[in-house]
Design a protein around this ligand. Sequence first.
Ligand SMILES: Nc1nc2c(ncn2[C@@H]2O[C@H](COP(=O)(O)OP(=O)(O)OP(=O)(O)O)[C@@H](O)[C@H]2O)c(=O)[nH]1
Ligand SMILES: [Zn+2]
Length: 331
Amino acid sequence: MTSRQFRTDENAAFERPRRRTRPRTKDRPDYSAATVGRVVTVDRGRFTVLLEDREITATKARQLGRTGVIVGDEVRVVGDTSGEEGTLGRIVEVEERTTVLRRTADDDDPYERPIVANADQLVIVTALADPPPRTGMIDRILVAGYDAGLDPLLCLTKADLAGPEELLALYGPLGVPVQTVQPGADLTDLRAVLAGRTSVFVGHSGVGKSTLVNALIPDAHRGTGAVNLVTGRGRHTSSSAIALRLPPVGDVENGGWVIDTPGVRSFGLSHVTRESIVAAFPDLDALTQDCPRGCTHETGAPECGLDAAVARGDLAPARLESFRRMIDAGQ
Ligand SMILES: Nc1nc2c(ncn2[C@@H]2O[C@H](COP(=O)(O)OP(=O)(O)OP(=O)(O)O)[C@@H](O)[C@H]2O)c(=O)[nH]1
Ligand SMILES: [Zn+2]
């Protein structure tokens, strides 16, 4: 397969459609034989794509137009895919995404920022102390994860400094699995829940996320340490997420992927709908069958079926309370 052949195909795609109604699939170049890889990081319009056995740098082909390419995307690449110094491939197609984790910069921001594609687990890294846990933030990240259809995992760091009891009481009733870590911790259990999956790690700056990622993936070399806010020096300052492959776990060759994201300060949720949060809890969803039409399920919502379920003994009050925190956070 020569690259010349691809170039010809690509030129065909540049021809302006004569009518807007032209079926999209007709005349579309066939890239089914193009090399497939995964976008592992993005830096100023340059994409690092991991192919089967090598990493290459690529740009986005013009015909992709405004189609975004984000970390985690599975893409088809043509052109020079040797990965040799100074070479550039071209991303010509983005495969359909299984999930998209989005955030808005703040709640008034109408612009959704897709940050990670194709993840299936959201690992919320929170320190038990120094800095103290911010439950409002955890709630918001959870809601973004539920909205995106990701399974949550709460990873509590600095367990040497404080106990997890309070957080367990808040998040246990939601069914969020919890892992605790501290310096020198045995990571066997954590590795087991990451194996074979693609897990996005999010957390506030300073919680020990880089320390944890480095412990999981010794050659990750994620920058750690206190942030010098003035110079920004002495640490990795990438603003993009980065996908890292975990080592095999026992017989499981695919140890999974960690997608490390830069420390988040805010997690705007203006894109989230109430329905998507409720849908993440099938048992509660079922109990809302008898709610009045348009019920918000919030505390005090008249005749909410969830209150009736608690009254009947079909729903634990603590679970309802935690669920309502999610609904409140999403508003
Ligand atoms: N006591 C204690 N300190 C820890 C633990 N994990 C990390 N630290 C310390 O906490 C500080 C912050 O750790 P980092 O790994 O840089 O935190 P981060 O979340 O990656 O922060 P950014 O790099 O700013 O995103 C460092 O001084 C670490 O040595 C832990 O489990 N216990
Ligand atoms: Zn209701």
